[in-house]
Design a protein around this ligand. Structure first.
Ligand code: FES
Length: 109
């Protein structure tokens, strides 16, 4: 695979699974991680199989990662920012909305 490097790109550091990764400002998280040789971004909920970016345009959801504690983040649709902490998403993650859940307390019949 041929790498496309921008000579004028500003280099920044993000973190993936606790390890520093050099990225270029303007990259998506997916592009930065793929450039760093990372292919597994998440595992499936049913059988734990590895998944990585496929469409790179926000359609397939195979690039879901946890970014700064926020699960279900699409790596291909998120630009890198210096200091970002990214983790693989393991299986299904909780997508409950805390504010909604809290407001529902005590309203059940
Ligand atoms: S790679 Fe398909 S949604 Fe991100």
């Amino acid at each position: 695979m041929r790498r496309i490097e921008r000579e004028d790109a500003v280099q920044i550091t993000i973190e993936f699974e606790g390890q520093p990764v050099t990225a270029q400002e303007g990259d998506t998280v997916a592009a930065a991680l793929l450039r760093a040789g990372q292919w597994t971004f998440r595992t499936t909920a049913v059988n734990g199989r590895a998944r990585g970016p496929f469409c790179m345009m926000g359609v397939c959801f195979d690039c879901l990662v946890e970014i700064d504690g926020l699960a279900n983040s699409q790596a291909c649709m998120t630009n890198v920012q210096a200091g970002m902490r990214i983790k693989r998403q393991q299986g299904a993650n909780d997508i409950s909305l805390g504010a909604v859940a809290d407001s529902d307390e005590g309203t059940a019949p």
